[in-house]
Design a protein around this ligand. Structure first.
Ligand SMILES: CCCCCCCCCCCC(=O)SCCNC(=O)CCNC(=O)[C@H](O)C(C)(C)COP(=O)(O)OP(=O)(O)OC[C@H]1O[C@@H](n2cnc3c(N)ncnc32)[C@H](O)[C@@H]1OP(=O)(O)O
Length: 162
């Protein structure tokens, strides 16, 4: 689900990750993260925390695209296998591993510069399904209102009673 002010996928967020995700064959969700100077940790290399963020985004998008229900990250694990240079593109393929009540298990591999490039980062996460009150009670009212207006314009259909 796209939200324009999201640090992970928002188009207008300066220095954001600008990740684009789409459902692909085999019920996977593919995402691309183009690493820029704004994402550096060590000189010339992506910051590990932002790589974790990229996977949070890609995995959250997997839950949203495949299950169409609101959920938040409860747990996120990352394995950093290779350095990710500035100027490279991480090709992330994510899958749904299982659902148990409100718990949703997802995992992903991120490959360097090509769909069949070497694996640089892997992640697994547990998302927990929440009601919309999670956002209305914990977030700012005006942000939720902007989000709802955008959803209405895009006519997105979500299960709001998980
Ligand atoms: C409109 C917007 C659209 C949708 C917008 C989507 C936006 C996605 C954005 C990207 C993703 C993010 O960054 S989300 C932001 C980062 N995450 C957060 O802020 C979440 C903060 N945490 C929470 O709010 C809470 O801890 C929850 C909701 C995760 C869980 O609280 P709860 O609702 O009280 O549920 P609770 O009973 O504790 O947990 C339910 C089940 O999950 C298990 N569980 C919970 N947390 C964990 C954990 N860390 N590790 C293992 N297991 C866990 C419990 O054991 C339980 O299992 P069992 O007893 O049932 O077996």
């Amino acid at each position: 689900m796209h939200y324009n002010e999201c640090f992970g996928c928002g188009d207008d967020v300066e220095g954001g990750l600008h990740i684009q995700s789409a459902v692909a064959e085999g019920m996977v969700v593919v995402s691309q993260f183009e690493v820029t100077d704004a994402h550096q940790g060590a000189p010339g290399l992506a910051h590990g925390g932002l790589l974790a963020c990229a996977f949070d985004e890609a995995l959250g998008s997997t839950v949203g695209n495949l299950l169409r229900r609101p959920a938040v990250t409860g747990r996120l694990e990352t394995d950093f296998r290779r350095p990710v240079p500035v100027g490279s593109t991480l090709h992330i393929v994510a899958r749904l591993d299982g659902v148990a009540g409100r718990k949703i298990y997802v995992s992903a591999d991120g490959r360097l510069d090509a769909e069949d490039g070497p694996i640089a980062v892997q992640a697994r996460a547990l998302f927990v399904t929440v009601g919309f009150e999670h956002f209305t009670s914990h977030g700012h009212t005006d942000a939720m209102q902007k989000f709802r207006q955008a959803r209405t314009r895009e006519r997105e259909d979500w299960d709001i009673n998980p």
